[in-house]
Design a protein around this ligand. Structure first.
Ligand SMILES: [Zn+2]
Length: 387
């Protein structure tokens, strides 16, 4: 048993260790040993290997003294030691760029959707975009390609199925096509799941092992991180928060149910409600945000209603998942803090077992609208290290 699994164990330990440095660095060898449960000798040997490869470096001394009385040396990852070609496919826009391990975008470009209506032409446009980025950046050494996209998708088959209102484009075998062209590892995930990874690697989730990410966009998404790993469920659809029922016999949803959260809390649903209740029919999401800032009564009521329904959904998540934290992000921009505060108040009113439960944090995502793009670097890291 020991002999058979030695190589796997070594690979798992390496993954654990580098992920810990990436998500919690700067960090000392002793803290790495405590947090991963690996022996000090194993940590030292693996860290030396990473330093030799130029992926990890010694970045200074800890402020705190160790048990020996000395201040331990801190380690961090070398941001540009591994680069990702990241692609983010949205309903209106496609972005691509070169992104380093700290989420810095070194070069990027995009094209608007709307003039392409089949999978072949879509792939051709994507290749033009990615080729030009690789060329202008001087053909950097890329260790993988990460693709985040609107769904539905099959992660295992590497296919984007048929996103609603996606100009007739469907069944795009994007992973296979990218592999054929660039001969690199390629990973595909839904945008919300990538945003959750971004929060873990680059954002405010460094201290949470179990959290839920709520993504408020023209649709509503959710993603579960369990033991610092994305949890996909049997078919990769776990965390489909938009289709939680928050109003029995409520507004019909495209999915066939009635009263789904997405019908009350997506940016589209919020706008629709505001217009149905007296707001200007030409109201856009940005003008809505502007009106909220100006104290417009109808728009403020729309935000209050959003918080009411979102708090019901979040309370349900807490009851079944018991997370340490809920992150709220997406396209909320200037109302993000207001929504977080409203949901926090709503949840605390409903919360079950609040007297015995450890405190649950409800926080704003650190990223305004690019978590699903820069997080493609985290997606590649999460998979390449495990491979
Ligand atoms: Zn639904």
């Amino acid at each position: 048993m020991k002999g058979v699994n030695h190589q796997n164990m070594n690979g798992t330990n390496k993954f654990l260790l580098l992920k810990m440095i990436a998500t919690q660095g700067p960090i000392s060898r002793i803290s790495l040993s405590e947090k991963t449960g690996l022996s000090k000798m194993t940590v030292t040997a693996l860290v030396n290997e990473y330093i030799e490869k130029g992926i990890v470096y010694e970045c200074g001394l800890s402020q705190n003294q160790g048990s020996s009385g000395r201040r331990p040396i801190l380690l961090d990852i070398v941001a540009d030691s591994q680069l990702t070609l990241g692609v983010n496919i949205g309903r209106d826009n496609v972005r691509a760029g070169i992104i380093d391990l700290r989420g810095n975008v070194l070069v990027s470009n995009n094209f608007a959707m709307g003039h392409i209506n089949n999978a072949d032409d879509f792939m051709k446009a994507l290749f033009v975009l990615c080729d030009s980025i690789l060329k202008t950046s001087g053909s950097p050494k890329i260790w993988g390609i990460g693709v985040s996209t609107i769904g539905p998708i099959s992660e295992s088959k590497g296919v984007i199925y048929s996103p609603p209102a996606f100009y007739g484009i469907h069944d795009v075998p994007i992973v296979e096509k990218f592999k054929e062209r660039y001969h690199l590892p390629v990973y595909l995930a839904e945008d919300t799941k990538v945003s959750a990874l971004t929060e873990m690697y680059l954002g405010n989730a460094q201290n949470y092992d179990h959290f839920f990410f709520v993504d408020i966009k023209p649709g509503v998404g959710g993603a579960m991180i369990v033991d610092r790993k994305l949890y996909g469920g049997a078919s990769g659809m776990a965390g489909s928060f938009g289709h939680y029922i928050v109003e029995p016999d409520g507004i019909p949803c495209e999915c066939g149910q009635k009263g789904c959260l997405e019908r009350y809390c997506s940016t589209r649903a919020i706008l629709r409600w505001a217009k149905d209740n007296g707001a200007d029919p030409s109201l856009t999401w940005l003008s809505f945000l502007d009106k909220v800032a100006g104290g417009d009564e109808i728009c403020l009521k729309a935000v209050k209603r959003l918080c009411h329904y979102l708090a019901i959904g979040v309370t349900n998540i807490i009851a079944f998942f018991d997370p340490q934290c809920i992150f709220i992000g997406g396209d909320l921009w200037t109302i993000q803090d207001m929504v977080v505060e409203g949901v926090r108040n709503g949840v605390m009113n409903h919360l079950w077992a609040s007297d015995v439960r450890p405190k649950i944090d409800i926080l704003a995502s650190r990223f305004l609208n690019n978590a699903d793009f820069i997080g493609t670097a985290a997606l590649v890291m999460e998979n390449n290290l495990r491979a």
